[in-house]
Write a protein of this length. Sequence first.
Lengths: 127, 142
Amino acid sequence: MIGNGQPLILVADDDPDILALVSFRLERAGYAVVQALNGEEAVQVALARRPDLAVLDVMMPRIDGYEATRRLREHEETSRMPIILLTARVQEEDIARGFDAGADDYVKKPFSPQELGSRVQAVLGRR
Amino acid sequence: MTGDLGWVSGALALLSFLLVCTLAMRRVALAHAERRRLSTEERLRPIALALVEGESLDLPSLGAYESRALARVLARYARQVSGTALAHIGDFFEAHGHIAREVALLKSRRAWRRASAAHSLGGMASRTAIPALMEGATSGSC
């Protein structure tokens, strides 16, 4: 949470269009958003800002979303942070790999911003 | 003979210099056009995002260049979203005449223009364009 009580969401994607679309939807839904352009930066930002939830793209440069999820789960500060993976890879094994890495949910691309907002709300509500 | 060679080499050197200057100017012009495109798209991004969300907004009057830039951003967004967001993008293109213009271009005599129109329509996410695209695909014109 940030000062005014808004939940803080980390959004990581190397595609600036997706970053803008996801961030805009979440900001409109009343969340504060921090952004990262690759997996490594996502881990750094998450450790520095301690967001309430992270939306991570799977296919990112440097380290992908699976590896970023694994690394976040290894750190005490982010081990319980909900993570939603945003992915164009929707084969059974890809989805299983995401959950194995520690993701809480996934949204497939092309994505519905409304559905993503609902999933963020649902995941945060469960915590 | 030596004098002729001197003239020829001088002319070649001058041509080379002019070619290098032309390439340099073209590079500068392309970089300028790219900067202009990026800054225009950045300026129009909040409008595009609001349109994707289906927010009612008074669209500012846009020039031809800005209208094309907004259409380009929305077409890119259309490839990333689904559901109502995608429908909002299709609605925008229909309401502003983009669909009708591109459908008309599907009948162009120039193959590259038909192909370009088909590609644009694919990005505009409009259901009303489907019959025209199907007709073009079955007749082999797209």
